[in-house]
Ligand binder design. Structure first.
Ligand code: ZN
Length: 203
């Protein structure tokens, strides 16, 4: 399976990083070795002094498809979850400066903690889904999918032009403002519509 990630999908996060707003979404990937499940702890790597959390809604692809039209995209995911797109911001800044690929900063071991998945049918409106992240009990990021520049269906249409989607693939759909650094001992807890779905420690 593969993990596709969308960058710069929330206007408020684009401005906090002084990024340019692009006419197409930024797409990058993580390998399956990035995944942490069942609330496993995240072990802070030594190669970075500035690992940031980015809380994101995740789509789980449920059938194979390519060149999917946005109007049919809803048929390609039945379940959603929430996860953290851990980012070594110090490495990413260096790589960006040199115009180099982001993998070392985005795709390292444990960089994708994910929740369990729940049927999308349990939410009344996926275009107005509230989610938030708490660090040590304090809310640090709060998002609503209506703030996305590209919605779930548009994301699937875009990425499936380049990558055949297969059952079990995951798509991280971008983070709202409020990203920040984690330190050893932090406890991260992520919620969808106020319901806790993911909780783990940084070790
Ligand atoms: Zn992200």
């Amino acid at each position: 399976m593969k993990i596709l990630c969308i960058g710069r999908n929330y206007a408020d996060h684009i401005s906090e990083l002084n990024n340019e707003r692009l006419s197409e979404p930024v797409v990058f990937m993580k390998p399956d070795t990035a995944i942490l499940k069942d609330n496993e702890p995240f072990y802070h790597p030594d190669f970075s002094k500035d690992i940031h959390y980015e809380v994101e809604i995740i789509l789980k692809i449920n059938k194979i498809g390519k060149n999917i039209e946005a109007k049919f995209a809803h048929k390609y995911y039945e379940e959603i979850g929430i996860g953290i797109d851990f980012t070594a911001r110090d490495l990413q800044s260096k790589l960006k400066e040199k115009g180099l690929p982001w993998e070392k900063a985005k795709a390292f071991n444990g960089s994708a903690p994910i929740s369990g998945f729940v049927p999308k049918s349990q939410f009344s409106d996926l275009k107005k889904l509230n989610f938030h992240l708490e660090v040590n009990g304090n809310t640090v990021q709060q998002g609503n999918t209506e703030m996305m520049l590209w919605n779930f269906d548009e994301i699937i249409a875009e990425v499936s032009k380049y990558f055949t989607l297969k059952t079990g693939d995951l798509i991280f759909t971008g983070t709202p403002a409020g990203v920040g650094k984690v330190v050893v001992g932090d406890k991260l807890t992520a919620f969808v519509e106020g319901v806790e779905m993911l909780s783990f420690e940084v070790k």
